[in-house]
Design a protein around this ligand. Structure first.
Ligand SMILES: [Ca+2]
Ligand SMILES: [Ca+2]
Length: 403
């Protein structure tokens, strides 16, 4: 029993250590240190460390791992030929090594130097523009600390250096650019992605996403500007939004769309980070129900009966599903109509104009009290009550958007 207790305790400790370890990795993942004992002596080093964010190259056949009696942390990385070749370190995106990356806090040991000023470190930005250089300032093993953010550094003997040099203990932080992402919290229309309702406040979540991991970049803090460009000047009143630990929210109202767009595009930007997306915009619309044959139908013409006439294509000689909107010029437009009370949506098209002719309220956001018609057949499919009692037309408030 005592043994079992011990094992249980060890198991719990191990779990705790694992949990702590995971947390530590997440917090400190930005700093990487390479000591060149990760591969056997003699290994030519190219892309083996790419998942850590660095690729090596250099003179001859490229740098390789070797032991070095003059270095207390041997093994080391030597250029080719042994201790005399040049070494180039290029930083890359760990998740996508073909993509160059910027590194900061780059430092490493080099030596053993026998002569001051014999060997030069040169660093460049991600586009190869030289940012600075530094020759060794003393003999022995010297720690180089490269200032700022760089894309590449190289080290090479630039005058006489007896018995050459090597490098070791390279550490750096890959500075990953963040992608900005916007989404709607508690979207009012389920199953339609980032959807909002015209004229109603919604909570817009803006997040910085780590490009390498696809998860929220909690190191990101700052102002993000939000732009919902529109030809209708339906501007967003609150912009920018403050992101703390990679996230921030702002309550917004949008009213309209351009032309017959399904919604609104948006752009997010903060320094070098940016993002974009699209929100679907639904219109809450009190609709008449247009009947195939009106109540007390006796024969054509009969106003409001699509058995007799339709402004787009009709008449329809059988019951049909479609929507009428109060403006010309949108016949055939694809529309989604939703009964919010039942959560039922139908895809349909605009096949009539009415009850008025010139109210493109989807472009103004000013929704009229009679915002269109849906047919009795569509009302049935949506589970919307319609009939001839008490009045000649049924009425239904639905949500709709261009599709
Ligand atoms: Ca080492
Ligand atoms: Ca030397």
């Amino acid at each position: 029993m005592k043994h079992r207790g011990w094992w249980l305790l060890l198991f719990i400790l191990a779990l705790g250590a694992l949990a702590l370890g995971i947390r530590t990795i997440r917090v400190s993942s930005a700093t990487t240190t390479i000591t060149f004992d990760e591969f056997p002596i003699g290994t030519v080093i190219g892309a083996q460390y790419s998942a850590k964010g660095v690729i090596f190259s250099g003179s001859g056949n490229g740098p390789f791992i070797t032991s070095d009696a003059a270095n207390p942390t041997s093994p080391v990385l030597s250029g080719d030929p042994l201790f005399f070749g040049s070494i180039i370190a290029s930083f890359v995106t760990p998740s996508d090594p073909a993509k160059p990356a910027t590194a900061k806090n780059v430092s490493f040991d080099a030596g053993y130097f026998d002569i001051v000023g014999s060997t030069t470190v040169t660093w460049s930005d991600i586009n190869g523009n030289v940012l600075g250089s530094q020759a060794n300032t003393h003999t022995g093993i010297e720690r180089f600390n490269i200032p700022g953010s760089i894309g590449v550094f190289s080290i090479a003997i630039t005058s006489n250096e007896p018995a050459g040099y090597a490098i070791d203990n390279l550490s750096f932080e890959i500075a990953l650019s963040s992608t900005l992402r916007g989404s709607v919290l508690a979207a009012p229309v389920s199953g339609d992605g980032d959807a909002i309702v015209s004229g109603r406040s919604f909570t817009f979540l803006v997040e910085a996403i780590n490009s390498a991991t696809g998860t929220r970049d909690t190191s990101f803090s700052g102002l993000v500007s939000i732009d919902f460009p529109s030809a209708n000047n339906d501007s967003v009143s609150q912009s920018p939004v403050m992101l703390t630990q990679g996230a921030g929210t702002v309550d917004l109202v949008l009213k309209s769309v351009d032309d017959t767009s399904s919604g609104r595009d948006f752009k997010l930007s903060s320094g070098a980070s940016s993002g974009s997306g699209h929100l679907n915009v639904w219109f809450p619309a009190p609709m008449d129900v247009e009947r195939w044959k009106n109540c007390n139908f006796s024969g054509c013409p009969n106003l409001g009966s699509y058995f007799c006439a339709s402004a787009c294509a009709g008449p329809f000689k059988q019951q049909a599903e479609f929507i009428a909107l109060p403006a010309t010029g949108v016949c055939r437009a694809s529309v989604l109509v939703r009964n919010p009370a039942k959560g039922v949506s139908r895809q349909t098209t605009v096949e009539d104009v009415g009850p008025t002719l010139k109210n493109r309220y989807w472009n103004t956001g000013s929704i009229p009290s009679r915002a269109g018609c849906i047919t009795d057949q569509l009302a049935d499919s949506l589970g919307v009550k319609n009939g001839c009692s008490p009045g000649p037309f049924g009425h239904a408030t639905v949500l709709w958007r261009f599709n």
